[in-house]
Design a protein around this ligand. Sequence first.
Ligand SMILES: O=C(O)CCC(=O)C(=O)O
Ligand SMILES: [Fe+2]
Length: 302
Amino acid sequence: MSTQSLEQARTIARPTREEMLQRTYSVHQFWSQNNDLFKNAWAEWETASGLTSVLDSSLYDPKLRTAVEQAWQDPSQEAAVKDLWEEVFPGVYKTQFFDPKKLKILRDYLEAVSEAEIPLRPPYGISLNRGGAMLDERSEGHLGAPNFQQFYKGLMDAYMRPISRLLFPDIVGFDTQTFGFSIQWQADTDTSLRAHTDASSVTLNINLNLPGEEFSGSGVRFFDHETRQVSELTFAPGTALIHHGSVAHESMPITEGERSNFVLWLYGDGGQVPRFGGTKTQIDPRQRWSVPTAPSDGFAPF
Ligand SMILES: O=C(O)CCC(=O)C(=O)O
Ligand SMILES: [Fe+2]
């Protein structure tokens, strides 16, 4: 087995954190010119590490997985998926998304990724999150390992999109495009994020902490613009929150330990999101449980 690309990717001169923060043109060139090299390097790395098939549907919480698989077989059964989500704040729903007992598989994989020494672009949306990575193929410097990509696409197409359509009917049609990144909050480095809205139709935020991997602080505060209600929500291992990107939220400072999450977005072609208070189109359950044929438009908000 050749590891030529892997070796080349590992030794390539990379942009500094300062250059990345300044978003210089040379940084953009670095990622785009080496896109194929890094893609090949991730494939070689995954094979050489024996990690080509560790991520699969067994990571999902069994109740969610059963309900979702049932809905794909028979969309008229979709209410069982909706019933697993609890509205914990106006327009914010929570469920057990990943099986806490299986999360170690995903975390070990991500740990191996961070030790692979292949350049990975951290998310720098509102601020740069050092411990995170871009997940979607549209993003420069994304985590291009084949097993990860297959898992991520399954998560977006088989889970996030139909669930979003079920909980937020107004996002239908603004959900063809996927985007995602991982984040890691740590007491001494990246600790918090000021109040903001996301440039998504829907955001799914899944916690990846292992059972017993505790942290202090780091709740996410949500703001309801109508009632002015403010609530701080917290994550347990494998739980997820889902909300319109338009719901304002803020990550509170982490004071001890670490918190790792996947932050996943859907939006329409060219980054379109539904107008606030937009119309809710009535659609057939079979339309909800389907994958759009539109190709990736390549647009990434950051
Ligand atoms: O701290 C979190 O989990 C939320 C992060 C967030 O809102 C974002 O990255 O846009
Ligand atoms: Fe956000």
